[in-house]
Design a protein around this ligand. Structure first.
Ligand code: ZN
Ligand code: ZN
Length: 636
């Protein structure tokens, strides 16, 4: 007899000595048996055909679960490989993992694939899916696996098998005649693949090593149904239209160049935007009792050894030496160790805590050149960092303040949909359970006290403390993890930071690392795409452009510009000798929020004509009316 315990605690008993997932699903309901894609057997994900020969706990996975969707994507990757092999028998297949929103398969083939081949490959995939064959798992010996793949000329697979650890179980997944080396799991058959599309093809080195052969990577996406696929494709189209790299050019904000990979050249307007964000955060945090410091970018290697970054983060750090000096430096990848040096400079009493030390720290981290992506992924960026040195019993209150602060900032930047995740203790960690209990509870209470919803990310905290993460959903539904609040019991100990407690003894403070926008560079990329370049007035690098109908109105236009500027408004003048419609197009493309037009009537009546970005409507008003409108909009 086998007893199966289900997610809801219910127990089903079977008379047989052994059952499989199908039987269990059927015993629950025929619809579940139809919908089940895989199961968790005693916590381990596997095929539903897997035999269960003892009492067990079973949780079924369907397409509704994210894991289920990922299995469908992986199924589709196999079907892609199968289709390629049927169409191009000389092609060799290598690896085909799932990635965010889809999958890829790396293929070795002498001829070049292009997107023009996709309709043919997709049609073949459809044909294979319609055969509705099952995915069948077969465990084989190492020698047998090598023999099978050698027989069909799949030398990359043979290489993978030879590199597997000696004791690893080798499983193949058959689908009709086709088979692939795979750990699984897979859905029982192809009927769960309902909506897929091949997306692009690019080069990729075998095993990511540029000394190896170049393979062709075919990317695809797969979804639960046609509706989801269409929504995804629409989102991509929208994302392309509002790509911050394109907006950066149209709005003349920044550029990159090949001889400075991953670092930004900020143009006048982009830098204005950058500085506006800095002042925005600075003013608010000053009001919240933060102090601001600046720590060196170049620090001796020994500091990074003490902090532990040299051991854990070396691969991501840029190092430097000077000719004539026998000493190694690292360019800071984060500002935390610097902040502790300032904390340690004086003598701190418990009465001084919390000390909230902010820094707009320019940091550098090595990223492989292939990973760089406009402002979203760079090698040099500025963090709106702060380190809150406090006592254990202050964690909750300080965390509550940080959450409140972060939410207010996100809302002012135009983000309404904000998700909060709390990551708790990982397996490997430092600090006593008592301290973890207290600090996890402090974070949860902080978030709850503000009436906010949150999710727990089990075991995802850092080894030195739990954390809160803030994720923003943008206008086209993409999630961006932006801010963090990280409790740290470790760094103050490593640098021997202390305060004199009420008991007259030395104690280590707790450090809270907090970043609201995270990387300012990346945040600018995100906010540009979120608003499609139509920034809120307070953040727009140029708020008003004054445009003349023809040259003769230049003086009046100049006076209007001067009046706007003297009222603290970021105004610009366009008295170029071009047609009005040309100039309007130019400023609409540059997404300037307000365009003021000066012509004959305006000059005569001492008025201005105003046009808002994104609207054709024009209004003729007095300059004072405009000033009032702008001021009330900025105060909001
Ligand atoms: Zn597989
Ligand atoms: Zn830090």
């Amino acid at each position: 007899m086998v007893k199966i315990k289900l997610l809801d605690g219910k127990i089903i008993e079977f008379k047989e000595e052994k059952v499989d997932g199908f039987k269990v699903a059927e015993a629950i309901s025929p619809s579940l048996a139809k919908a089940a894609i895989a199961m968790e057997l005693n916590g381990k994900l596997c095929d539903i055909s897997r035999e269960i020969d003892g009492d067990a706990e079973v949780v079924f996975i369907t397409a509704k679960d994210q894991v289920g969707l990922e299995i469908i994507r992986h199924d589709t990757a196999h079907i892609l490989a199968e289709a390629v092999k049927e169409l191009y028998p000389k092609a060799q297949i290598t690896i085909g993992p799932t990635i965010k929103d889809g999958f890829y398969y790396d293929i070795a083939y002498d001829e070049t694939f292009s997107i023009d081949d996709f309709p043919k490959i997709e049609a073949k995939m459809e044909e294979i899916i319609k055969r509705n064959e099952g995915f069948v798992r077969k465990v084989v010996s190492r020698d047998e696996a090598i023999r099978l793949f050698e027989a069909i000329g799949e030398k990359y697979k043979v290489e993978i098998i030879k590199d597997l650890p000696k004791d690893e179980e080798i499983s193949l997944y058959y689908h009709g005649e086709f088979f692939d080396l795979c750990r699984g799991p897979h859905a029982p058959n192809t009927r769960h693949i309902k909506a897929f599309k091949l997306m692009k093809v690019s080069g990729a080195y075998w095993r990511g090593d540029s000394n190896n052969q170049m393979l062709q990577r075919i990317y695809g996406t797969a979804w639960r149904d046609k509706g989801e696929l269409d929504a995804y494709l629409n989102m991509l189209e929208e994302a392309e239209k509002r790509d911050h790299r394109k907006l950066g050019k149209d709005m003349n904000l920044f550029h990159f160049q090949d001889n400075a990979p991953g670092v930004v050249f900020w143009h006048d307007k982009g830098w204005k935007m950058f500085q506006t964000l800095v002042s925005f955060i600075r003013d608010k945090q000053t009001a919240e009792g933060y102090i601001e410091v600046s720590t060196p970018e170049l620090l001796s290697r020994s500091i990074w050894e003490t902090s532990g970054h040299w051991e854990k983060f070396k691969e991501n750090m840029f190092t430097a030496t000077a000719i004539g000096e026998d000493r190694e430096y690292a360019i800071k990848p984060m500002s935390c160790p610097g902040a502790v040096q300032i904390y340690n400079y004086g003598l701190t009493s418990y009465k001084d805590l919390p000390i909230k030390m902010a820094e707009f720290g320019k940091v550098h981290r090595f990223e492989p050149s292939g990973a760089l992506h406009g402002l979203m992924r760079v090698r040099g960026f500025t963090q709106d960092d702060a380190h809150i040195f406090c006592m254990e019993d202050q964690i909750q209150e300080e965390s509550r303040k940080v959450c409140q602060f972060a939410l207010a900032i996100y809302r002012e930047c135009g983000f309404e949909n904000i998700k909060i995740k709390i990551s708790d203790r990982p397996q490997k960690r430092i600090g006593s359970d008592e301290v973890w209990d207290k600090s996890e509870a402090a974070l949860i209470k902080a978030v709850e006290s503000l009436g906010l919803q949150y999710e727990i990310n089990k075991g995802e905290g850092a080894f030195y403390g739990p954390k809160i993460e803030f994720t923003l959903t943008d206008a086209i539904g993409r999630d961006w993890q932006i801010g963090t609040l990280q409790v740290d019991f470790n760094l103050p100990v490593r640098f021997d930071a202390s305060y004199i407690g009420q008991d007259g003894q030395r104690h280590n403070p707790i450090m809270l690392h907090r970043a609201i926008l995270g990387s300012l560079e990346r945040f600018i990329g995100i906010i540009l795409e979120h608003h499609s370049g139509k920034l809120p007035l307070w953040l727009a690098p140029t708020q008003v452009v004054v445009v003349t109908v023809s040259e003769q109105f230049s003086k009046t236009a100049r006076d209007v510009e001067a009046k706007l500027k003297s009222n603290g408004i970021r105004a610009e003048l366009d008295i170029d000798n071009q047609t009005l419609s040309y100039k309007l197009r130019k400023h609409i493309l540059a997404k300037t929020p307000l365009i003021v037009i000066i012509g004959k009537n305006e000059e005569l009546n001492n008025t201005i004509t105003v046009r808002r970005s994104g609207s054709d409507e024009q209004r003729t008003i007095s300059i004072d009316e405009l000033l009032n409108e702008i001021k009330s909009e900025l105060i909001k």
